[in-house]
Design a protein around this ligand. Sequence first.
Ligand code: ZN
Length: 374
Amino acid sequence: MKALFAAFSVCVLTLPAAAQDHRAIEFPDVEPYVTLVGDFHMHTIFSDGSVWPNIRVQEAVRDALDAIAVTEHLEYQPYRADIPHPDRNRSHQVATQSARNEDLIVINGSEITRELPPGHLNAIFLEDANALVAAPGEEALDPMDVFREARRQDAFVFWNHPNWVAQSPSGVAVLTDMHHTLIGEGLLSGIEIANEQTYSDEAFQIALDHNLTLLGTSDIHGLVDWEFDVPGGGHRPVTLVFAAERSADGIKEALVARRTVVWFRNTLIGRPEHLMPLLEASIQVAAAEYWSNSSVLRVSLANTSDASLILRNMSAYTLHESANLVTLPPHGVIDINVKTLESPAMITLSFEVLSALIAPGTHPSIRLEVYSTQ
Ligand code: ZN
């Protein structure tokens, strides 16, 4: 296990008085950035999804997302006979109109939908999606020309579900020569490590090896509530973006700079330089007091994030009311009782965060300095 620690200090914590909206996806800001929640891969009936774009907007509002991109397939339009879609910007226009009274950033995107290689890739922040696809009856564009056009429009391009078994039957993401070329020419900047119901350690490693932005997306075609069991406490995969400002430009700058963490099935996945500050902002020592005449220190730990944080005790101390696992519920506070033996005024607690990954198979560790207030 990689020995990576973040030092924490005690601070007085104030939790919001209002009850938390259990559905809203909320993570604390990480100085000097705002933490924005985005889902940059989704479909509507303008390609092979089942809903009108306004439903994507309403789902996003309910999940309290900051930004979405509707990314219709450019080369796959199974409902074309019923719903002609000659203008490939139309889904984005309808979504934007639906969101006009909402606090939601709607980004223009499209899914370049080819056999592997290159497979499926999203181009987001497009100016004109029509320029990425041949006119009806004309020969398909060369994929390299499509990526160069996306670059010309200053779009951000990422590889979708590289582990998809329909294109990679082993389920293992492997870069092809074309992907190496795209990365080398600066035409491919990100990769989905989580898509809908799947996660890929191999894609995570590719991202680390080739300096690609980490993305997690819903790739929703039906309804978010049904696909991800939102009523039962589930959540869609999202990309947390650490942006200098809450705007489309702010998101694009942060994506280009690789400042993301993926949240997939309650696991936080990111590079240490982005994930550790997020954990530091999320876990706070709210209070610490010795039980009357004992040397057992009651430590209140608060979690200001939407993730349930599963911690494995690695401290020099054992715990009075649990074995070695402690779960910090989302937006909750728990007390743990630490057998300090000597009753010092300050102790250091160390935990491995089992519900987070800083590399494939590698959990980060955190260190908390706890000062007793009595
Ligand atoms: Zn898709």
